[in-house]
Ligand binder design. Structure first.
Ligand SMILES: NC(=O)C1=CN([C@@H]2O[C@H](COP(=O)(O)OP(=O)(O)OC[C@H]3O[C@@H](n4cnc5c(N)ncnc54)[C@H](OP(=O)(O)O)[C@@H]3O)[C@@H](O)[C@H]2O)C=CC1
Ligand SMILES: O=C[C@H](O)[C@@H](O)[C@@H](O)[C@H](O)C(=O)O
Length: 314
């Protein structure tokens, strides 16, 4: 039996769109294969997170088509699919072609959520880390107008952002006709983002946590969450795993999350967080863990002054 994942209704989206609290991340190298996504659908995942950067739109699209053929889902509407505008397309004239390409890759008529991946524009030639002359602040007004156009045309039910700071959001809110529904950011017990979460709550922007397990085994992630003494102690006392403690803590903070596991048991485990809770004391212990940012903008994109400032704003 597939696990039923609770949902939260989002603001400023079409059709009372609601987001399943736990989604499956698809950022991986090599890209995820369609069979793994099918397994995830069987387990109960209905929310999938992709991006044009990840090269996983295509396998995700194949898996969705196959899941419909197999009858694992009756209609595409049962799924919540997010994709993201990559920084090389963060230009008013490139947004529409970019979402159309994502939709073609996914074999879909519409996305549930389209996010600006970073508050950064890159030139076509940019390599990683990028040279100073290939990296620019986003022209948020014109890019957001193009995002609004995508929603108005029905290409996506909602629009939002990712990796935006409070300052980025303030600027966006001052010009938006359609306010962003979601801000997807790094968030976990070791990077709690209290200020940003409070700001988003006040403005009605839903927060989705990425790398909720510390992004173990990626180029920048580590095992500091999965091996954290405090999380392991709590896990042992409750007969759970440190991963589940991290995800449950996030759920109790009122956010949704996208966790990546391509292992069937761990996929299932990551959805089994809804029928138990943390005590106040356990929650307090987690809220005192030392903080560390995993994905630093300046390390990923280049050590330029304004990117260092973006890192410092959190
Ligand atoms: N907007 C953005 O800029 C970003 C968005 N993201 C999104 O967030 C998603 C998730 O973040 P990601 O950085 O991948 O990392 P996660 O924090 O989800 O960690 C993934 C790692 O944890 C392991 N894992 C998963 N579940 C368990 C478990 N129950 N017990 C032990 N180990 C476990 C996985 O291994 P295994 O597969 O073997 O289980 C994998 O190595 C991405 O896939 C992407 O969709 C990520 C980074 C940036
Ligand atoms: O160039 C930088 C990195 O690739 C970074 O952009 C990614 O980690 C990305 O945010 C993601 O969503 O996985």
């Amino acid at each position: 039996m597939a696990i039923v994942v609770p949902k939260v209704t989002l603001n400023n989206c079409d059709d009372d769109l609601s987001i399943p609290i736990v989604g499956m991340g698809t950022s991986s190298s090599p890209p995820v294969d369609p069979e793994t996504i099918i397994e995830a659908i069987k387990v109960g995942y209905r929310h999938f997170d992709t991006a044009s950067l990840y090269m996983t739109e295509q396998p995700l699209g194949e898996a969705i088509a196959e899941a419909l053929r197999l009858g694992l889902i009756k209609s595409r509407d049962e799924l919540y699919i997010t994709s993201k505008l990559w920084c090389t397309s963060a230009d008013k004239d490139l947004v529409m072609p970019a979402i159309k390409k994502s939709l073609r890759n996914l074999q879909l008529e519409y996305l549930d959520m389209y996010l600006i991946h970073w508050p950064i524009k890159l030139s076509e030639e940019a390599q990683f880390p990028a040279q100073k002359e290939h990296i620019f602040p986003l022209d948020i007004k014109s890019v957001w107008e193009a995002m609004e156009e995508c929603k108005n045309l029905g290409l996506t039910k909602g629009i939002g952002v990712s990796n935006f700071t409070c300052k980025n959001l303030e600027e966006l809110l001052s010009i938006a006709r359609i306010p962003p529904a979601v801000n997807q950011v790094e968030l976990n017990p070791l990077w709690r983002q209290k200020k940003l979460r409070e700001f988003c709550k006040e403005k009605g922007i839903h927060v989705t946590a990425y790398s909720p397990l510390g992004s173990f085994k990626t180029s920048w992630g580590d095992n500091r969450i999965l091996e954290c003494d405090v999380l392991q102690e709590i896990a042992k006392a409750k007969g759970k795993t440190a991963a589940q403690i991290s995800l449950r803590w996030l759920y109790e903070q009122g956010v949704s999350m996208v966790a990546k596991s391509f292992n069937k048991e761990r996929m299932k485990q990551n959805l089994e967080i809804f029928d138990w809770s943390l005590t106040q004391e356990e929650s307090n212990k987690i809220s005192q863990l030392p903080q560390r940012k995993g994905l630093k903008v300046a390390s990923a994109f280049g050590p330029h002054d304004w990117l260092l400032d973006l890192d410092a704003e959190n």
